[in-house]
Write a protein that binds this ligand. Sequence first.
Ligand code: SF4
Length: 625
Amino acid sequence: MKQVRIAASSFLNSRPLLHGLGRGPAKERIVIEHAPPSECARRLAEGEADVGLLPLAAIAQYGLYALPVGCVSSGGPVESVILVGETPIDAWKTVILDRSSRTSVVLTRILLDARGKKDLRFEVRDPEEAARLVGPDRGALLIGDAALAWADRFPVRYDLAEMWASWTGLPMVFALWAVREPEVDPLVLADLQEALECGKGALEQIALAHAVEVGAPDPAPFVRYLTQSLSFDLGHRERQGISVYLAKAHALGLLPPEITFAAPAPQRALRRTSIDAILARGAEGKRISADEATLLMEKAPLADLGAAADERRRALHPDGKVTYIVERNINYTNVCTTACRFCAFFRAPGRPGGYTLSWEEIEKKLEVLAAAGGVQVLLQGGINPDLRIGYYEELIRFIKDRGFRLNGFSPEEVVCLAELEGMSIEQVLRRLVDAGLDSLPGGGAEILVDRVRSRIARKKAKSAVWLEVMRTAHRLGLRSSATMMYGVGETLYERALHLTKLRDLQDETGGFTAYICWPYQDGGLKLRGDSQGAGEYLRMLAVSRLFLDNVENLQASWPTMGPAVGQAGLHFGANDFGQVMFEENVVSAAGSIFSMDAASIERHIRDAGFVPVRRDGLYRLLEAA
Ligand code: SF4
């Protein structure tokens, strides 16, 4: 039997996660090698270990995959991550950092920055030297057992987890299990889970053993440390703590903005929850997990999936109405610097075929829209470095002056405009809102997992950035749609992760009006997708309906899948038939795209057994057709 090599520190705070691994059947399968946390990260990243108990920062830094089983966290004073000094922080000019945990080093930088200490010098030393160098204008970061042992030597102490918790209201997660690959052997997960339960049941015993080991006469501080200061379960709040920490570290340029969790590898025999039970829960609008959604995508019979999604749709939209909108897509420019590998629409700046529509051309398109009874314009374009914010403001006013609602600019466009103008995302959005922008389309989400996004286009905004644009837009009162383009080399679990991120943001803001998914259109471009047929689409649509329990409207993507599959989609969770298609240039440049006018849309809706109704951009009914 191949043994699993586990790298973990021997710090007291790690022991509850390791305790059970030395017992029972896991003992035969697992070899534990102790090393300082940063060395554990290197070993895992370079293939010298199979699983590591690693600092959160190291997982982000190395792009490793976290395991959804246990962590070392604290929701208040932790005692083992402290800044020490002879004087208060305000007198410090230098902070000596203990190199043994990057997570705590980054946390120190975040907290000091938040306190306005922006001009501090940082030096990295070994723990003993760090403690020795403390002086009137020099503080030091102490971590782990060194902090527990030496804290009393210093008159001034700051507990970083306590500072973090009182500032953010969230626990600070210091360490998690991690692996190198996006999938993990379920047996390993089961061993770690069992070890966690075993360790949580033996906290006092572990603390007493540690006291004996280090010759401490009083074990009480160690017992308090494990039973009161630390927590070992990885729940929703810990995951939130991780996200906020990474976002703040990223804003200081210290870490990538997020980590990804690994999924259990295909031997799904270990699963205990039955597909029927998950489907029943989803149909009732009860929350299902990313892992359960993955199982549905992979194994649920298509008919059962459709029935559950249809039940959920009927509960939300019992009147049998299916909506659509008369909207015109205007791709105002095809000049783009992002160069997505799936996109045949764009032209790099200066290359032949690049265009930016003239005002006359836009006017003509609007006249056609007005004649067709259109109510909304969808503006999307390439990332054109020649177009500055003044152009966008003029474009918005031009369209708004002609009486249309304006749904415009995907997060990618907003981010690039912010970079071009040296403005924040919020400043750009405020300018666009002041000019008249009504809502944001959800384009460019593709799959909100950075491993996949960097495969699509190296320059594409990271997932956290896409989500941050939406978060900011929602906060400013703009509504938006949410999208998924699948089939670009992601795992099924990564699709579920994408949905999880959308659902989490919807929980937070409630700003998504609708969701639409479609497969990558393989038009012979550089990005090879999996073959994406109608069955796969209906499966994805139905799972989305069950998983996105907080998104009311789901669109059927007939422009990419064809009218017949669009009609079927109305029985697999969709309640909206999208928009009248005047023109589409981005998806159609890469493959086939279907087109329908209002009469044809209504006929297809009726033929599918529903009542067609026009809507506006906020999904308000305009008239019974
Ligand atoms: S999909 Fe959009 S961002 Fe990507 S290359 Fe095409 S126009 Fe540019």
